[in-house]
Ligand binder design. Structure first.
Ligand SMILES: NC(=O)C1=CN([C@@H]2O[C@H](COP(=O)(O)OP(=O)(O)OC[C@H]3O[C@@H](n4cnc5c(N)ncnc54)[C@H](O)[C@@H]3O)[C@@H](O)[C@H]2O)[C@@H](O)CC1
Ligand SMILES: [K+]
Length: 546
């Protein structure tokens, strides 16, 4: 599954399934609880033998209802289960209330305030079923304190607290943005880090975004509850234009889904093809002493399959580039007039400006590149690094020149320079849910810029001017911390450029490049430096069956 859903989308899916008579809310809740127990057993197989202890914390809504199911199912396996509730169980919604009552026939239930150190002494896991997708405001202090108490070792001599399993999502985290409601500006610190999160039907958008996705030891399991086909069907109708609130967000997974796998197959080259059929990418180089970034991008463009790649350098950087390029061609392009001249050749169909370019050169050359490509059907322009920062004083000047063949690849700092209001909104503390998310920010930026925006991070978001959005999450089992290395962004810009040269649509080029970039890092592993990324692509292609 690669669909991601918002809380509202998930509620709509569940409601439709229940209204159609296909399933009851109680049955969905039972499957959710079963999914949690199964994921616990798969994560810690040693817990499948013998009886163990569990602490289950239940909230005032259906997330709490899932908790009562988990408590009952664990008790049925012979576990000793201690349940603590927040709120008045008499006011639980009907399905959760029914499961509370079923649990009460099996065991007791204490208020959350009754937690103490002895509660955890025999527990193998703590289950957080306090709040799920219904969270709309900061956690009550009683709940926050309980979660911190359940996750913090009281003193150095005491044993570690048991790992915490989050039901659906860690309580306190907004399912749409991955942000902590009521968190501070600095870092949205989670109340605790789950060892395991078990969500239902499909991952929520917030699972793939920081801070929720920020811990590499955190495992995410999507448990099926029988609405997966409904999600896939609904996905086709979540029309981004008519229902922006239901606009679809995908998790990029070239291995995972038949239609996306088509993208993977497109990476293959036709047997009868020749180099001129795969486009010609141009990477603008900076001055002498700053040429490495352009060569990294050029190498990536060539490896990802552009037929021809040319580095266009100022006069003083020609010798330096010539000494280090072989398959990649080199042309002199000193200033704006020289670039305009070069781009008269319409076979040059993808241009990358930014890596190592220098801001003065960027200011000169970006307008030329955008002008030369505006009215061509099959020409793409990637603007990265200096090509973005050069317009910090007047972003609107840049936006009026951009066209729908462009891809902007800012990191958070460059994004803040071009879209200061969106960045401020994203970084302001989130006090209500659904909170403004990185997906919202990328979508708003793409709409304003009128082109594709790839907002970098371990939770890279790609959005285009139509509202289409996707996340490449280098998180959980795809965590690739070695990607945070000098030159890694230059390679990414080169990958996008190479795919544009091959004729990919801008948004598809950006999505595919982001995914390949992470896969190359995962394939290489620890010790990775930027130069390794293009060289690792053949292995990634082979694994894809290209
Ligand atoms: N039939 C269904 O709809 C299913 C729901 N499921 C579970 O139900 C969860 C969603 O349940 P709910 O919509 O009841 O919501 P939650 O259980 O997440 O929250 C309960 C209620 O608390 C209130 N609330 C929100 N923020 C609060 C705060 N900071 N302090 C105090 N109260 C607050 C809201 O009114 C909210 O509805 C999912 O996360 C999932 O775990 C699953 O059982 C699958 C089936
Ligand atoms: K929870």
């Amino acid at each position: 599954m690669s669909e991601l859903v918002t809380a509202a989308q998930m509620r709509a899916i569940e409601q439709a399934a229940i209204s159609s008579g296909k399933v009851t809310g109680l049955a969905l809740m039972e499957r959710a609880g079963q999914g949690v127990v199964q994921a616990i057993c798969e994560t810690w197989p040693e817990l499948t033998i013998g009886a163990h202890g569990a602490v289950v914390l239940c909230g005032p809504g259906n997330n709490g209802g899932d908790g009562y199911v988990v408590a009952r199912l664990l008790a049925a396996r012979g576990w000793s289960v201690a349940v603590f509730a927040y709120g008045d169980p008499a006011r639980l919604p009907p399905d959760a209330r029914a499961n509370y009552e079923r649990w009460c026939r099996v065991g007791g239930c204490a208020p959350l305030t009754a937690l103490d150190d002895s509660t955890f002494s025999d527990a193998a896991v703590t289950v957080d079923a306090l709040f799920g997708t219904g969270l709309t405001r900061p956690l009550p202090s009683e709940v926050l304190n309980a979660l911190m108490f359940a996750s913090t070792r009281p003193n150095a001599a005491a044993p570690q607290r048991p790992p915490i399993v989050a039901v659906d999502i860690a309580s306190g985290v907004d399912a749409d943005s991955g942000r902590v409601i009521g968190g501070d500006e600095q870092g949205d610190e989670l109340p605790y880090w789950p060892a395991l999160t078990v969500t239902f039907g499909a991952a929520k958008v917030g699972h793939m975004l920081l801070p929720h996705a920020g811990d590499t030891r955190h495992k995410l399991v999507v448990a099926p509850i029988g609405v997966e086909d409904d999600i896939a069907r609904a996905y086709l109708t979540w029309n981004v234009v008519e229902h922006l609130d239901l606009a679809a967000v995908r998790h990029i997974d070239l291995l995972g889904r038949p239609d996306i796998s088509l993208q993977a197959l497109e990476l293959a080259k036709d047997v009868a093809s020749h180099k001129f059929g795969h486009g010609h990418a141009v990477i603008l180089s900076g001055p002498a002493g700053r040429t490495g970034a352009a060569r990294l991008a050029a190498r990536a463009a060539l490896r990802v399959g552009a037929g021809l790649v040319t580095v266009a350098a100022p006069r003083d950087a020609m010798a330096e580039n010539a000494a280090q390029l072989t398959a990649i061609m080199l042309r002199e392009a000193e200033g704006a007039a020289a670039l305009a001249d070069l781009l008269r050749d319409k076979r040059l169909n993808a241009i990358c400006l930014g890596p190592g370019l220098g801001q003065a050169r960027a200011r000169d050359l970006v307008p030329v590149a955008l002008d030369a490509t505006r009215d061509r059907d099959v020409s793409g322009v990637v603007l990265d690094a200096d090509a973005l920062s050069a317009f910090a004083d007047d972003p609107v000047d840049l936006f009026t020149m951009l066209h729908d063949g462009c891809v902007l690849t800012p990191h958070a700092g460059e994004f803040a320079r071009l879209f200061p209001d969106l960045s401020a909104r994203l970084n302001a503390p989130a006090m209500t849910g659904p909170a403004y998310s990185k997906v919202d920010a990328a979508r708003d930026a793409a709409e304003r810029a009128g082109c594709t925006v790839l907002l970098k991070g371990s939770d890279t978001v790609i959005a285009d001017e139509t509202g289409d959005a996707a996340i490449n999450a280098a998180c959980y089992d795809r965590a690739a911390p070695w990607l945070a290395t000098a030159g890694s962004g230059d390679v990414l810009a080169g990958l996008v450029t190479g795919l544009l040269a091959r004729g990919y649509a801008p948004v598809t080029a950006a999505e595919t490049a982001a995914w390949l970039h992470t896969e190359a890092a995962l394939s290489f592993g620890p010790g990775l430096i930027a130069e390794d990324l293009p060289e690792e692509l053949p292995k990634v292609f082979r694994a894809l069956g290209v």
